[in-house]
Design a protein around this ligand. Structure first.
Ligand SMILES: C[S@@+](CC[C@H](N)C(=O)[O-])C[C@H]1O[C@@H](n2cnc3c(N)ncnc32)[C@H](O)[C@@H]1O
Length: 267
């Protein structure tokens, strides 16, 4: 297998690598001042040897890539000065959409971010305009980590949380929603993916096997609320949900969904 010997529970995220490998095949927009070639080289390096031997996430990754790219493009068009990418993994949007005057903050666990930074250095890629925040979200302290990295709460921010929340303990999801809301000046936007599962969903053996495989790699699936609960958590943290898209991934079972959600701070 592609990942044999390459991943350990204390190593970089396998799921982040699978997403990057899938992104390598997509046609994508970029900012006029961005460096899409660096992002493409990063994805291509991560895709080396990958033959879709994990599970078919291509439809899900294509849909969410389109959604998050559009959110970044829209935000840059109206002049957002800060983009915070939570659980950034190997997301190369900070390169692809680099724009003078815009600060990108990439927050990820040190194990994955260390590997990404080494890969960017090896490419090499210019990381001007990117603040790397090596932070284990489950340890708490996101507010301080962002403040220390230079994020300011009095200017608008585009927050992204793509493919992240289900790997966090529930209290960490609440903290993340609350901190993002508290650090969101008017005009800010929160774009996120939300995996949901209703109480009566029939979880298949292959899903159980996948989740136990991920747990062995240190990427346990920890938080999958029902749709109503997940959206209520956002509301309670100070977010007004403006759009919800239900993606047909070709993988979900009845009672489960993969949502693309856009929210703005509740005035
Ligand atoms: C499925 S990957 C998605 C990566 C990226 N957002 C993307 O879509 O390409 C999940 C990411 O969440 C990060 N992550 C998971 N648990 C974390 C934690 N406790 N603290 C920080 N990052 C975490 C992983 O390191 C990984 O990069």
């Amino acid at each position: 297998m592609w990942w044999d010997g390459a991943v350990r529970p204390d190593g970089p995220s396998l799921t982040a690598r699978v997403v990057a490998a899938n992104r390598a095949t997509l046609e994508r927009p970029a900012a006029p001042t961005g460096d899409p070639a660096a992002d493409e080289r990063l994805c291509a390096a991560l895709a080396e040897g990958y033959e879709g031997d994990y599970k078919d996430v291509s439809r899900w990754v294509a849909a969410r890539t389109r959604f998050f790219d559009a959110e970044v493009r829209d935000a840059l068009a109206w002049g957002v000065p800060q983009v915070v990418i939570l659980g950034a993994g190997y997301d190369g949007r900070a390169l692809r959409f680099r724009t003078p005057g815009v600060r990108f903050f990439e927050v990820d666990h040190p194990n994955t971010q260390g590997d990404k930074r080494a890969r960017l250095e090896a490419l090499p890629a210019d990381v001007e305009g990117i603040a790397f925040v090596a932070h284990d979200l489950s340890a708490g302290g996101l507010d301080g980590a962002l403040a220390d990295a230079g994020h300011t709460a009095d200017r608008p921010t585009l927050f992204l949380a793509e493919g992240l929340l289900r790997y966090l303990p529930e209290p960490t999801v609440h903290e993340l929603f609350a901190v993002a809301a508290e650090r969101s000046a008017p005009g800010s936007v929160f774009a996120l993916t939300l995996s949901t599962r209703e109480a009566d969903a029939v979880v298949t053996d292959s899903q159980r096997a996948e989740e136990s495989f991920l747990a062995d790699l240190g990427e346990d699936v920890l938080t999958v609320p029902s749709r109503a609960t997940g959206l209520r958590w956002l509301d309670a943290a100070g977010w007004t949900v403006t759009d919800v898209e239900d993606v047909d991934t070709g993988q979900t079972v009845p009672g489960e969904s993969r949502l693309l959600v856009r929210a703005t701070p509740t005035p």
